[in-house]
Design a protein around this ligand. Structure first.
Ligand code: FAD
Length: 486
């Protein structure tokens, strides 16, 4: 089957990414869907993110708590929060969910990485719900995201794993085993009481729902690490402060305080104690590639502004007429293209896994049942029961292999550290070449330089990502172990 005629945007994108052009020959419908999502992101970037990037950056330097609700509503018009909601629920996450997300995030971040991260924070928060253990919440929380977008009142989410005493330590099993964990989830009748703090949580201030990882026994954090779904209106939950940020200012980094927050049993995602494989490793296996795309997006933004700066006359000459500048531009373009390749390697491998989870016939059959039935008490009680949890663990093991998930984590880490280090290098080099200059282009590149630093830190520092890659590919000491039915 031939694909439909492409828009000018689609044609350009395929020219830049030959692997997608080849894939389109085999699966025109699937690839065209991903291109449409990327094109929406590109339009949002051009009409909303780029024109406001410098203004919002300056505004939020003065007032780090400012939140631009209109911008979030505009993103909802483009359905950017539904990018992680499965198509069976009316969202956009289909067969090429990760590829579409990577292309789309790159587009938005080429205009403003802070706005990109503000949008992506909801996707990251929703990720743990996309695992079979999160299925009981598809018809409630994920449905609400789609409905919120329709109403023009987006429902935001955030993902909280970092604690003041444990950052890198919670992102890798060997480290978590020895980590000093501050937050605790104590088992009580009907659920758990959460006490402690999480810090640096992107989007945490405005999120209506949060997926939170915590240990049920602080002396055995690895064995008892568990994913909880928390709603911001739960008693005892508060956001005492947000950070004053150097870059990506549009996206708040919040501290979260939990004081005897009661979380009911039904809000445990999957099994208690499966937080490392299902709340960290599988999530990072999906999300670190798109963080790499934040890097390529920022690098593209740098290159675009550097080109425009170089084409204007300075002291009677255009920098772009000098061969040394032409070679710099060629080097920047080569590095971006190289990293895009790594990101696409990751996203296409990931789509084989997550595509099979989200759009397989079994899932379609389940969601063909009337919604009233899916919301009925017996149906939901089954999903939350031991049998329901065992069925979802079996489904996961049937559709996904531990080898594939482990390999995906290695590809994700590689794409993440290589692309974000590359972007840091390009931003630094361009800024140095532009020198003292008060042009808008230089100010945008300076913002990129500040925005890119945190991409080397979040989703696991680049040091950790290098170690993760090494442990998987060269040492064989790290492996994603999927939950077993209990
Ligand atoms: C702006 C921002 C947004 C964030 N958003 C989120 C979010 O949404 N959700 C969330 O949960 N977290 C978030 N984080 C937290 C982020 O993931 C952590 O900051 C990160 O994991 C590093 O942890 P840390 O800050 O405690 O540094 P540390 O773990 O203390 O690391 C400090 C340095 O030591 C190195 N290091 C540590 N251990 C090792 C080791 N064993 N071997 C080699 N080097 C090591 C690190 O690589 C790093 O260079 C965010 C952070 C920032 C700054």
């Amino acid at each position: 089957m031939k694909g439909k005629r492409l828009t000018a945007y689609g044609e350009r994108l395929l020219r830049e990414t030959p692997v997608l052009e080849t894939l389109r020959e085999l699966d025109p419908q699937g690839v065209d869907e991903a291109l449409r999502i990327a094109e929406s992101c590109s339009e949002f970037a051009r009409l909303y993110a780029e024109p406001r990037a410098l203004e919002l950056d300056a505004l939020m330097e003065r007032d780090p708590e400012y939140f631009d609700r209109d911008l979030v509503r505009a993103a909802a018009k483009y359905r950017l929060f539904s990018m992680v909601v499965p198509t069976v629920l009316g969202g956009l996450a289909g067969k090429y969910m990760l590829t579409a997300a990577a292309l789309g995030i790159e587009e938005i971040c080429s205009a403003c990485a802070g706005i990109g991260n503000m949008i992506a924070a909801t996707g990251l928060g929703a990720c743990p719900l996309l695992t079979p253990g999160g299925m009981p919440h598809w018809d409630t929380v994920l449905h609400e995201i789609v409905e919120g977008e329709r109403r023009g009142e987006p429902v935001l989410m955030a993902y909280a794993i970092t604690e003041p005493s444990a950052g890198t330590d919670v992102e890798e099993p060997h480290f978590l085993a020895k980590a000093r964990i501050g937050m605790e989830a104590r088992r009580v009748r009907g659920g758990y009481l959460l006490n402690g703090r999480k810090c640096f949580i992107s989007g945490g201030k405005e999120a209506k729902y949060l997926t939170v990882c915590a240990a049920t026994d602080r002396d055995r954090p690895l064995e008892t690490w568990t994913v909880f779904l928390v709603s911001r209106d739960m008693e005892g939950f508060s956001v005492p402060r947000v950070e004053r940020k150097m870059g990506q200012r549009v996206c708040h980094a919040a501290e979260l305080l939990f004081e005897n927050v009661f979380v009911p049993e039904e809000n445990v995602i999957g099994y208690e104690g499966d937080g490392m494989p299902m709340g960290i490793l599988s999530i990072m296996a999906a999300s670190r590639g798109p963080v790499g795309a934040v890097g390529t997006g920022i690098a593209r933004g740098v290159l675009k502004n550097f080109l425009s700066w170089a084409r204007r006359k300075r002291g009677g000459k255009k920098p772009i007429d000098e061969q040394r500048i032409q070679m710099e531009i060629a080097d920047m373009a080569a590095s971006i293209q190289e990293c895009r390749g790594l990101i696409l390697d990751h996203s296409l491998a990931g789509d084989k896994i997550f595509g099979s989870l989200l759009v397989n016939p079994m899932m379609k059959a389940l969601f063909a049942l009337p919604r009233e039935l899916r919301l009925s008490k017996p149906y939901r009680s089954f999903l939350h029961s031991r049998w329901g949890k065992a069925a979802s663990a079996r489904l996961l093991r049937l559709l996904v292999s531990e080898e594939d998930m482990t390999r995906l984590l290695a590809l994700a880490s590689l794409a993440k550290f290589a692309s974000t280090d590359m972007a840091m290098g390009i931003a630094s080099r361009a800024l140095q070449l532009m020198g003292p200059d008060d042009s808008e282009e230089r100010r945008r590149v300076e913002k990129c330089y500040r925005d890119v630093k945190v991409t080397q830190i979040y989703e696991g520092t680049n040091q950790l990502n290098r170690l993760t890659y090494f442990m998987i590919e060269h040492e064989g000491t790290l492996r994603v172990e999927l939950p077993r039915p209990r």
